[in-house]
Write a protein that binds this ligand. Sequence first.
Ligand code: BGC
Length: 737
Amino acid sequence: MNITKAWSTIVVSNGLRLMIPLWIAFSLAARAEDRPIYLDANEPREARVEDLLGRLTLEEKVALVHADSKFTTAAIPRLGIPRRWMSDGPHGVREDVGPDTWKPAGHTDDFATCMPCGIALAATWNPALAQEEGAAIGQEARKRGKQMMLAPGLNIQRTPLNGRTFEYLGEDPFLTSRMAVGYIRGVQSQGVASCAKHFAANNQEFDRMSINVEMDERTLREIYLPAFKAAVQEAGVLAVMGAYNKFRGQHCCENDYLLNRVLKGEWGFQGLVVSDWSGAHDTREAALNGLDLEMGTEKPYNEYYLADAYLEGLRQGIYPQAGLDDKVRRNLRMMFATHMFDAGPPGSANTREHQAVARRVAAEAMVLLKNDGNLLPLEIDRLKSVAVIGANAVALQAAGGESSGIKAFYEITPLQGILRQFGDHVNVTYSKGYGGTAGDDLAGQAVRAAQQADVAIVVVGLGHGLFRDTEGSDREDLKLPDGQNELIAQVRQANPKTVVVLVAGSPVEMPWLNDVPAVVQAWYSGMEGGNALAAVLLGDVNPSGKLPCTFPKRLADSPAQVFHAYPGVNGTEKYEEGLLVGYRYFDTRNVEPLFPFGYGLSYTRFDYSNFHVVKNMGSDDPPARVEFDVANVGDRQGAEVAQVYVHQVQPGLPRPFQELKGFSKVFLRPGEKQTVSIPLDAAAFSYYDPDKGGWLAEKGDFEIRVGSSSRDIRWTGKFTLDQTTLKKPMLSAQLTP
Ligand code: BGC
């Protein structure tokens, strides 16, 4: 008999019968007289969960499924259960608040390393680096005594107007999945739970608490769910946060279909579903539809839907005990995984390694959008004077954006980075350029400074104010505010050697693009951002970032606008653009973007050659592998993100023109060449067929498109799939009542 697969029935205190694996039953029996199993870190986690579950009273169980302060759940001293602490957010461990208010707690030990924002991390196209960032954040979480990080944010950029675009990982499900898996593995490697948020279809801040999202099943499966599925099935994420919005009429935190059926039923998720803060709305729905932990802000904690009202319903038999036990098990799993009953790693903060990771992410995230006449990198030996212009050159960004804000240990601004690295012999001037009152003539001063300098560096952007890059509101357009477009034009007139640096977490329109020789997309680049920017400007770092989203020429070109789908009508938003999100729209409908998905220049050049698609014969292998060489044929070391897109020639149902299915970031010295090999599994050829209820890979012809961006395809190869396969989602777990 395989003991790990055998099952036994036990009767728990209230007479309920429970099936548990036999090996757990043996452990429970053998250890009855000793130290409790749940306190023994050597015991298997499930045995500890069952042991502790059996010791909890009804009231104690309910205490574990709702908040007792802004970011904690109650301690149960009788059993040695400590208070459990959670913290935002994606870019580092947030400043402490509360306990019962959003005002800062006023602690002096709640600083954190501020990493570049989510979209910047995605622009690195480097999942291994995401894992390093996650590990550093996990270490800081441990140091600060937080068991769960409310990160990463995995919502797809459906409209560039979404105020939280800067927090998320771009417009593509495949790229988002790869980066998310790296990040989550990193966080969780430190004994800290990661929480993938916001599940699901949380793609705008406008009406965010109530908007009802309607979309077809195929769009849901192909665009909005894959990153969460990867988080669960590949990264083993310990928690998922429900979104504020409704999906098909039901709030996402209490959404039977999303939580019970898909997340837990199909994907086999064993971790806990936590509500977004005040995202639960009804005791019955919260009790029955898959929510495991209610967090929030407004009410007394005993009035939460999963508090007294739930307890009362359980006592009266309205809600099943087994449902509560399932919630508690999921919470306990997370508690054991994060060492709440044993020492665990001590953690660390603001180490040299953390600073180095923050700097490397910032450097790899910078996207060189334009570089006419190789104006960049600046030749330091020939440079005598530089005019740095723009309020964004000195603006501090780390604390902004609401829940993803950080009380940073320090923050190197663009100006500080330039002052530090441009050396004493370069005369650096600074003028604010915009953001003053009418009589200040800030633009005039900036223009005069630009006239007198060898080079003008204009640092423009959005910042985290209302209707900009922030939680709680969407942008109203894609324009740079505060007269920055006019300023750029004036500075460019004064000095043809003008470099524009964009400090923004979402696309902006660039009416001046044709006139300006060089543009760098710097994002919000965290506390080492200024250092990374200066290194890029001087060529100490060769830019290798690629856009994780399309930059449209104008807002009107963006698909949610084209289909008149955003921001919804009468509280409901139909995702009329369906699958045509981001480059899927621009490439299928042949619309010229300002900059395409996957785009980014380098100071060196890369040649692609020797392409072939290798067909795998073994039935267990992925059907194909695409191989090619990438060579650095310039004179600087650099990195190239080689991208593989798949196009199906005659699909049974219409498909987007091409979809990203693989990529690899290669680091090459001048003259060096590397062979890249990218597997293409069945998923790379499949689409979701709603009638068949599964992922369909149809036999027939495909084009494998290899390139340096979605619009810079260097080779197109043919591949024929010999047989059709259909992969239907299975219910992998018995649904809990
Ligand atoms: C945000 C979440 C965040 C939570 C706790 C909510 O408003 O949507 O992303 O984790 O607050 O701060």
